[in-house]
Design a protein around this ligand. Structure first.
Ligand SMILES: [Zn+2]
Length: 222
């Protein structure tokens, strides 16, 4: 596929350079964006190429992963890496089903390596989006539900953007949008309401939240 190229990236576990397929930026064509941030692409889909499998050690990761602790590295080496499958499509063109398998493995390695909750939640949303592309609404909503629970816990224990791993405004809008996707009107109303009433949320986020809430009300007869 001429739209794809090999990108070099450093494996979070073995620190060696590995290659993964990516979509050339000049070939990325956005069709439209759903209000929860999901982008519909024409042609090759960049979402399918985010998870990476290292060709040296099999570790599956996402570029958002942070440095691994020493004790985690040991567990990985002894218990996890030998059990990971070597996926031939990790460096080739991918179908949605194959990307989904890689995302689930990335979520698993994120859990066992103690990545931030914000990263686990983000991967959960990506998995939900894979199911959206496959037209499997039941699975999509299940994964959205899990992710919104994680994001809500993050909000309750929020410290700052660096430690929590997500800016405050983005987190609030994400939770509101996910409740809207889940069609949980009362929850969506409450969370969008928090944004509208906040004294610290930026005007830009407030404007976006208003647009999303209006769209939700129009399409759901609220
Ligand atoms: Zn590696």
């Amino acid at each position: 596929m001429p739209e794809l190229y090999f990108k070099k990236c450093k494996c979070t576990y073995c620190l060696k350079e590995t290659e993964t397929k990516r979509v050339l930026s000049r070939h990325i064509r956005v069709e439209r964006t759903d209000f929860d941030g999901f982008v519909h692409y024409q042609g090759s889909n960049p979402y399918l190429y985010e998870p990476i499998q290292c060709s040296h050690c099999r570790f599956v990761f996402h570029e958002s992963f942070e440095k691994l602790r020493t004790d985690v590295r040991q567990t990985l080496e002894e218990q996890i890496l030998p059990t990971l499958p070597v996926l031939p499509f990790a460096a080739t063109e991918r179908t949605i089903e194959q990307a989904l398998q890689l995302y689930k493995l990335a979520l698993y390695t994120a859990q066992v390596t103690g990545q931030k909750e914000a990263i686990l939640a983000m991967l959960g949303v990506r998995i939900a989006w894979m199911y959206r592309m496959l037209g499997d609404e039941v699975q999509e909503l299940q994964w959205m539900e899990r992710s919104v629970t994680k994001y809500e816990a993050l909000y309750l224990n929020y410290t700052d953007a660096v430690r929590t791993g997500i800016p405050h405004d983005v987190l609030l809008l994400r939770i509101s949008d996910l409740y809207a996707v889940l069609k949980r009107t009362d929850d969506a109303k409450q969370w969008y309401g928090l944004i509208f009433q906040s004294k610290t949320v930026s005007d830009r986020t407030k404007k976006e939240a208003r647009e999303h809430w209006e769209l939700y009300r129009e399409t759901h007869n609220v």
